[in-house]
Design a protein around this ligand. Structure first.
Ligand code: AMP
Length: 281
């Protein structure tokens, strides 16, 4: 097994990526790695000469009162998992490296950032867009890998990469799920056993609408209503932030669903906020 290099400063990351064999594939993560992350790494491994993974819990994408301080962290385990996937470079910067004193430049997304997740997490996508841009500038990857699980994030990243001519390929990898359908997420560890048993309702609700789309239902309001009905039947679902049937690029809510429509939802199981989505084919 070849040796994996761990890089802790931006300067060193720039140097390491300049010297590395290209194409280079970058996988941005916040750590607490699971099989969903590892699928991105494997895909990057197949498609590139160098695979770089970043692990950075980005304070700028957490709102006040969100789970920044208790976000799960296990660097030793993460490094072990990445080593097994033949990762070449792991970038583990501290917050003061990414946001040194005087840091004052932000990537300000337009209307895409105000919808869905953005409507409930003000500033979230500004934080995401800024840190991902910075990672791209440090690593200069030919390809970057993102999970469909964070559906709006893939749309936002594709948009700023195109709008700002970043000249790299954004690769979106299908959502990895537990056998019962629950999308893998670092936040699943917060669930109590009862909540964990109830959590597959999220994917089941979206699938219900997807199936009625397959059976010919084209009315987006009906699809949204079907998702909501399944969610509301689960007592442990204590809140529904949104249920959406939106255009897969503009994220505008639709009247009629079609191929490329993104069905998505964000729900609260107790304090735990989980998201999921499906793109209609
Ligand atoms: P995070 O560490 O949560 O920021 O996630 C890092 C990357 O892994 C993002 O591109 C996520 O969309 C992706 N990811 C997270 N969970 C999954 C999953 N269950 N399946 C596929 N990709 C995922």
């Amino acid at each position: 097994m070849s040796s994996m290099r761990i890089v802790e400063s931006s300067q060193e990351m720039v140097r390491a990526c300049r010297q590395a064999a290209h194409p280079l594939g970058l996988v941005p993560t916040m750590g607490a790695l699971h099989q969903g992350h590892l699928d991105l790494v494997r895909r990057a491994r197949r498609e590139n000469d160098t695979v770089a993974v970043s692990i950075f819990v980005n304070p700028a994408q957490f709102g006040a009162g969100e789970d920044l301080s208790k976000y799960p962290r296990d660097l030793d385990r993460d490094l072990d998992l990445l080593q097994r996937e033949n990762t070449d470079l792991v970038f583990v910067p501290g917050p003061e490296d990414v946001y040194p004193p005087g840091f004052d430049t932000w990537v300000d997304m337009g209307s895409l950032a105000d919808k869905l997740e953005g409507a409930h997490r003000p500033g979230h996508f500004r934080g995401v867009a800024t840190v991902v841009t910075k990672l791209f500038n440090l690593a200069r990857p030919e390809r970057a890998y993102f999970g469909q699980k964070d559906g709006q994030q893939t749309v936002v990243v594709r948009r700023f990469v195109r709008d700002l001519a970043m000249g790299l390929e954004v690769v979106v990898v299908p959502t990895v799920r537990e056998p019962d359908g629950l999308a893998l997420s670092s936040r699943n560890v917060y669930l109590t056993p009862e909540q964990r048993r109830a959590a597959p309702v999220i994917y089941r609700a979206i699938r219900r609408a997807e199936e009625s789309w397959r059976a010919g239902e084209r009315d987006a309001a009906t699809l949204r209503q079907q998702i909501r009905q399944v969610l509301e039947a689960e007592p442990l679902v204590e809140g529904i932030d949104y249920v959406s049937a939106a255009d897969g690029e503009s994220l505008e809510e639709l009247e009629g669903a079609g191929p490329g429509t993104m069905l998505s939802t964000a729900v609260l199981l107790g304090q735990v906020r989980l998201i999921d989505n499906v793109i209609l084919e």
